[in-house]
Write a protein that binds this ligand. Structure first.
Ligand SMILES: [Zn+2]
Length: 395
C-alpha cells in the first residue's frame, strides 16, 4: 500500500474522495491558492441577491423567518447566524439538532447563541433510536457518529420544508476545506451535502432494522429531503464559506470567542487536536477521530495543521511536530464513555476497532522495539513518517 502526501500541506491521499493533482498538490491547497483571484465582490453581490430574493419570497409566503441556519452553537454557526442577521439583514430561524449526550459546553454554547438574540428550535431525536443507530454504525462502519450526522444534516433541510422557509445558510463545503472533491461539487450550492461520502446519498434504508425496532417512522428526522423536493418547495441552500473571503476555522473561532463561545479545557493529548474550539457539543467525535486515524493514517490534528499551513500560520516543516504530538490520540475517559454509551465492554470496543485498523500503516505496539515511538492507546504504532510518502512494500 502507498500513501502520498500533498506537497504543500500534510494531507495524505488516503482521505476518501480527496483530489490530488499531477503536481501532488491537494484540491484544498489549490482552492486556497485560487482565493487570491476569485472575484469576491461578485460573490458577495450574489449572496446579497439571494438574501434579498429570500426576504421577498418569505414576505410573499407570509413568513416572518426568511432563512434557516443549522447551528451546533459552535464557532461556524455563530459566524453564520450573525452574518445572516447583521450583514444580510435577514431574520433567521436557527435549527439545532442536539446530539445524544450533548456536552455541558455544547449546552452552554447554544444558550450563548440564544442570548445573542436568536430564535432557536432545538430538535431532540429519540435517544433509544439514536443509540441503536450509533451501535449499528460503529459495528458496521467503524464510525460512531455516522448515523447521527444524517440527522444533523437533515435538520435544516427538513425544517425549511416544514416551515416553508425559502433559504438555508450552511457553513463549510468539505470539498473546498478538505479537498474531498471527487464526488462532491466544489460550489456554493449546499444541496451538495447529499454528495458527502459519509451520507451515501442521504438514503436511510441501511438503518432500517425491524428486529431492533427501527422502522421508517423512527428515521423521519434522519432523512434529508431530495433536491427535487426542495427545489419544488422553492428552497435554496448555500455554503457561506463559498461567498465569504474571510471564512476560516481560526478566524471563525476568534469571532465566536469574542461573542461568548466556550471551548474545551481538557489536556490536548486527550483531545487529539491542538485547538479547543471544534466539535464542542459531542464527545463521540474524539474516539471517532482516533478510529479515523487508524483507518487512514490521519486524524483531526492533521486537518488543523492543513488549515494552518494553507492560511500561513505554520510552515509544513513545523506542522509535522503538531501531527506527531497529537494526531490520533484519545483520552481513556472518552473511550470509557463511548463504551458505556454503546453498552459494550472495552474489549468489545477494541475488537471492532482492530478490524478497521490499516495494518500496512500501523503495527501492534507489542512489535515495536522503540520505547519513544508514538503509541495509540498503548496498542498501535504508526509505520509511516508524517509528511513523507510511504510504501509499505519498501519497509
Ligand atoms: Zn494540500
Amino acid at each position: 500500500m502507498k500513501m502520498k502526501y500533498c506537497k504543500r500541506c500534510l494531507q495524505p491521499d488516503t482521505r476518501p474522495g480527496i483530489v490530488i493533482d499531477d503536481e501532488q498538490i491537494c484540491f484544498a491547497c489549490r482552492y486556497e491558492e485560487s482565493k487570491a483571484t476569485i472575484d469576491w465582490a461578485a460573490r458577495e453581490a450574489e449572496l446579497k441577491k439571494f438574501a434579498e430574493d429570500a426576504k421577498a419570497e418569505a414576505k410573499k409566503r407570509g413568513n416572518v423567518y426568511d432563512c434557516i441556519v443549522g447551528v451546533s452553537g459552535g464557532k461556524d454557526s455563530t459566524f453564520q447566524a450573525l452574518t445572516a442577521r447583521d450583514k444580510l439583514g435577514m431574520n433567521p430561524l436557527l435549527i439545532n439538532c442536539a446530539p445524544d449526550e450533548i456536552t455541558e459546553i455544547g449546552r452552554k454554547n447554544i444558550e450563548n447563541l440564544n442570548n445573542l438574540g436568536f430564535d432557536i428550535i432545538s430538535i431532540r431525536p429519540n435517544p433509544r433510536v439514536a443509540k441503536i443507530l450509533a451501535r449499528k454504525s460503529f459495528f458496521e462502519r467503524g464510525n460512531i457518529v455516522a448515523a447521527s450526522e444524517y440527522c444533523l444534516w437533515a435538520s435544516a433541510y427538513l425544517m425549511a420544508m416544514k416551515m416553508n422557509i425559502p433559504f438555508i445558510i450552511q457553513g463549510e463545503n468539505a470539498a473546498l476545506t478538505l479537498g474531498a472533491a471527487k464526488n462532491q461539487e466544489a460550489s456554493g450550492n449546499a444541496f451538495a451535502v447529499l454528495q458527502l461520502n459519509t451520507l451515501r446519498g442521504g438514503k436511510t434504508d441501511e438503518f432500517l432494522d425491524p428486529e431492533n425496532g427501527i422502522t421508517e417512522k423512527d428515521l423521519a428526522l434522519y432523512q434529508i429531503p431530495s433536491v427535487a423536493e426542495m427545489e419544488k418547495a422553492g428552497i435554496r441552500a448555500i455554503f457561506l464559506q463559498y461567498y465569504s473571503k474571510e471564512w476560516s476555522q481560526v478566524r471563525n473561532a476568534d469571532f465566536a470567542i469574542a461573542r461568548g463561545l466556550t471551548g474545551r479545557t481538557d489536556d490536548l493529548h486527550a483531545l487529539g487536536r491542538y485547538r479547543r474550539y471544534t466539535a464542542l457539543d459531542s464527545d463521540a467525535q474524539i474516539p471517532n477521530q482516533m478510529i479515523k486515524y487508524l483507518k487512514f493514517g490521519f486524524g483531526y490534528a492533521t486537518d488543523e495543521v492543513c488549515y494552518d499551513i494553507r492560511e500561513g500560520r505554520l510552515s509544513r516543516e513545523d506542522a509535522k511536530w503538531y501531527v506527531d504530538e497529537y494526531d490520533g490520540l484519545c483520552g481513556e475517559k472518552y473511550i470509557q464513555d463511548t463504551c458505556r454509551y454503546l453498552s459494550i465492554t472495552e474489549e468489545e470496543f477494541w475488537e471492532v476497532v482492530d478490524r478497521y485498523v490499516n495494518r500496512d500503516l500501523f503495527m501492534p505496539a507489542s512489535e515495536c522495539k522503540d520505547p519513544k515511538a508514538k503509541r495509540i492507546c498503548g496498542r498501535y504504532v504508526p509505520r509511516f513518517t508524517v509528511g513523507e510518502d510511504y510504501d509499505s512494500e519498501k519497509q
